[in-house]
Design a protein around this ligand. Structure first.
Ligand SMILES: [Fe+2]
Length: 212
């Protein structure tokens, strides 16, 4: 039986106040992320033993095309949601924000001109996502550069691995469940506030691990 478990947060639910409120964090983690975890286990549990025994979500997402068709949509959705949220929690911290330095800062400048232009594009295009989805800074291993993409619903950038060699670095969840309690319909305000909690050390670590 597949047994992915909900990862614990590296900080208390109120750590990101006032930018992201404690109640939103608690419901987002214990209800929404839990639901993706359960959905992933259920989808894999309906497949053969070889799938039930897999425990590397990134490998599953990279090879989404090999998931039997009966479960592919569910694994794409719940597995993406499972991994997206795990990346999301750890890419935020109390007292975050600012700008990345070093290799990552340079890669962002090379791709977008300067940090503010990157931030503007990321914010504008993520706010503009129709319905539910995520904005992502990704590393493209093929072109050895960073780029911005949006992904619909819970589809993970890892599912584009075979075609485009994309590695997710920093994702922003703009499902209403991520902001509605505090910001109601004001998605742009939530996006603007979120920059204050970005954990650039973690993003830099992912960039290095991606082998840029
Ligand atoms: Fe979410």
């Amino acid at each position: 039986m597949a047994n992915f478990t909900l990862p614990t947060l590296p900080y208390p639910y109120d750590a990101l106040e006032p930018h992201i409120d404690a109640k939103t964090m608690e419901i987002h983690h214990t209800k929404h992320h839990q639901a993706y975890t359960d959905g992933l286990n259920k989808a894999l549990g309906g497949l053969g033993a070889d799938w039930q025994n897999k425990n590397d979500i990134v490998e599953i997402l990279k090879n989404i095309d090999t998931v039997p068709e009966s479960a592919r949509g569910a694994v794409n959705f719940h597995g993406g949601g499972y991994n997206n949220h795990a990346l999301f929690w750890t890419s935020m911290k109390k007292g975050g924000g600012g700008e990345p330095s070093g290799d990552l800062g340079n890669a962002i400048k090379k791709a977008f001109g300067n940090f503010n232009d990157f931030k503007d594009k990321f914010s504008k295009d993520t706010v503009a996502i129709q319905g539910s989805g995520w904005g992502w800074l990704v590393f493209n291993k093929g072109s050895n550069s960073v780029q911005f993409i949006t992904m619909p619903n819970q589809t993970s950038p890892w599912t584009k691995w075979k075609a485009e060699k994309l590695v997710p670095l920093l994702g922003l969840d703009v499902w209403e469940h991520a902001y509605y309690l505090k910001y109601q319909n004001r998605r742009a305000d939530y996006v603007a506030a979120w920059w204050n909690v970005v954990n650039w050390d973690e993003v830099q670590k992912r960039f290095q691990q991606a082998g840029h």
